[in-house]
Design a protein around this ligand. Structure first.
Ligand SMILES: [Zn+2]
Ligand SMILES: [Zn+2]
Length: 237
């Protein structure tokens, strides 16, 4: 499977080590057609991008798209944080037009709106798994989310329930090379529901951009083909 895009990378705008430009140059060196800069949403206590930086990130991305035209397409995304059992996130309503797309995942260390403890107490109990999965499904319905980041990382999820919601709203489920929490069995269950997938590096350094290793191994083990993966050669975001 040839992958042509890395839709999940971080920069110094959150807690990555590289800049938008160094990530883009790394993507060019890896032979990718496209890279997304997807720093953490402002709801994260430690790593969130400050809202005041959004316009600067957009300007920088636009300028680099001109500078590297024909070499790489740079998308500006944002990795939203799940903030409540009702599916609220830190989606930037007033500045949403500055971004090309949104990912969303559960992260520790967020400013919760409600029910933070509900995500962590007895999180492996069947009722907690269902409640936490429903929170993510509600977020998919509430916001224009294209990718669910690292499903199953930090909190176990009901993959069938999640896949059904993702199919309905058109979100792809991520197979994340840095947080390979999803299992081949779960990938197969999600595929049976018609889910589509995205393989990402979740790079926090330019060196890791386009490093799909662990994600590719999981995808292969689950028997995915290019048709199942939105950043494989025949398709796109
Ligand atoms: Zn994440
Ligand atoms: Zn990330």
């Amino acid at each position: 499977m040839k992958l042509i895009a890395d839709f999940h990378t971080h920069t110094t705008y959150s807690h990555g080590k590289g800049s938008i430009e160094t990530n883009a140059l790394a993507a060019i060196a890896k032979g990718l057609n496209s890279i997304a800069i997807t720093d953490h949403g402002p709801g994260h206590r430690f790593y969130g991008v400050r809202r005041a930086k959004f316009a600067k990130m957009r300007e920088e991305t636009d300028a680099l798209n001109v500078k590297y035209a024909g070499k790489i397409k740079i998308l500006l995304g944002l990795e939203l944080n799940l903030l409540s059992l009702e599916g609220e996130t830190d989606y930037p309503h007033e500045q949403a037009n500055l971004f090309d797309f949104f990912l969303m995942g559960y992260h520790r260390g967020v400013f919760p709106k409600s029910g933070l403890l509900s995500f962590t107490i007895k999180k492996r109990a069947p009722e907690a798994i269902e409640r936490n999965t429903r929170a993510i499904c509600l977020a998919l319905e509430r916001y224009p989310i294209k990718i669910v980041s690292h499903p199953g990382e930090y909190i176990p999820l009901d993959i069938t329930l999640l896949a059904k919601a993702a199919v309905k709203t058109g979100a792809a489920l991520e197979i994340n090379a840095s947080h390979p929490a999803i299992t081949p069995e779960q990938i197969k269950l999600a595929k049976a529901e018609g889910a589509r997938f995205v393989l990402s590096s979740d790079a926090h350094t330019p060196e890791r951009v386009g490093d799909f290793g662990a994600a590719l191994r999981l995808a292969m083990e689950a028997g995915l083909s290019e048709h199942d993966v939105i950043n494989a050669s025949s398709t796109n975001l």
